[in-house]
Design a protein around this ligand. Structure first.
Ligand code: CA
Length: 261
């Protein structure tokens, strides 16, 4: 089966914050995509998300080249970024240490592997179906999962912004969940920071069909989050999977060995 063609859209804005602590990677050549939302204030958050955006794609690519299985490559890359960010944070005073979320997707051998730590999210939009592929690692989400809080209560809970898993977290003992899916023509994959996902909902994502160009859609969604009052940095990466267009392609070159004269 021919590999699907990719088109990518991406947009990241500072919004009302004094700096942009979000970072993203949109690398169609290596079929690697990431959004990271830094924490720690001042330059720390920016530095942490920048480290995630540099280390994770590099280590994934090294591990895949060394024939690691994709899930393992992703886990190792997240562990390497975690360690580097913990170490970099050790020079900072207590209480000013840095961290970052990371959500990423990498395509390998016909499958897309998605993983996240923190509360940046990945969504798969397939026709009218919108599926959140990642789980928020916020205390509020953990309370919802245990039945102690309703999703409606979680939305306004102060625990919504307290993360129990992220990169730069020295106590992180278990690896990230890596979720593979097989992309289909027409699929849209969205990675977003909470500045976007707190203000853009499933019904908005169902509008995917109205926006053929992923760049134009990424810009429209970021605009929508700002219009609805997002005061945070807002970052969005959209990957569109499409059938390879052979209509305007040339016919295949004749294979001389098989040509009968
Ligand atoms: Ca944020």
């Amino acid at each position: 089966m021919a590999e699907l063609a990719l088109r990518v859209g991406c947009r990241s804005v500072q919004g009302l914050r004094p700096n942009n602590e979000d970072s993203f990677v949109a690398d169609s050549d290596h079929r690697f995509f990431l959004v990271a939302d830094g924490m720690g204030g001042q330059e720390s958050g920016e530095r942490a998300s920048g480290m995630a955006a540099e280390i994770i794609p590099r280590v994934v690519s090294e591990r895949l080249a060394a024939h690691d299985e994709a899930t393992q490559a992703v886990r190792r890359a997240l562990a390497a970024a975690n360690e580097a960010i913990v170490q970099a944070g050790q020079s900072m005073p207590q209480g000013r240490r840095m961290g970052t979320t990371a959500v990423l997707a990498v395509q390998q051998a016909g499958k897309v592997y998605v993983a996240g730590l923190g509360d940046s999210r990945a969504y798969l939009i397939r026709g009218h179906r919108v599926e959140q592929l990642t789980v928020d690692h916020s205390v509020a989400q953990a309370l919802v999962s245990s039945g102690a809080m309703t999703p409606e209560e979680a939305r306004t809970s102060p625990w919504q912004h307290v993360l129990h898993k992220f990169l730069g977290c020295a106590e992180r003992s278990e690896g990230a969940d890596v979720r593979p899916f097989t992309p289909q023509a027409g699929d849209r994959l969205l990675l977003g920071s909470d500045g976007l996902t707190n203000h853009v909902f499933d019904d908005d994502l169902r509008e995917a069909g109205k926006h053929d160009d992923p760049q134009q859609w990424a810009e429209a969604l970021v605009e929508l989050a700002l219009k609805r009052g997002s005061r945070d940095n807002v970052t969005c990466v959209i990957v569109a999977f499409d059938e390879v267009d052979v209509a305007d392609g040339r016919p295949p070159e004749p294979d001389m060995e098989k040509t009968v004269w």
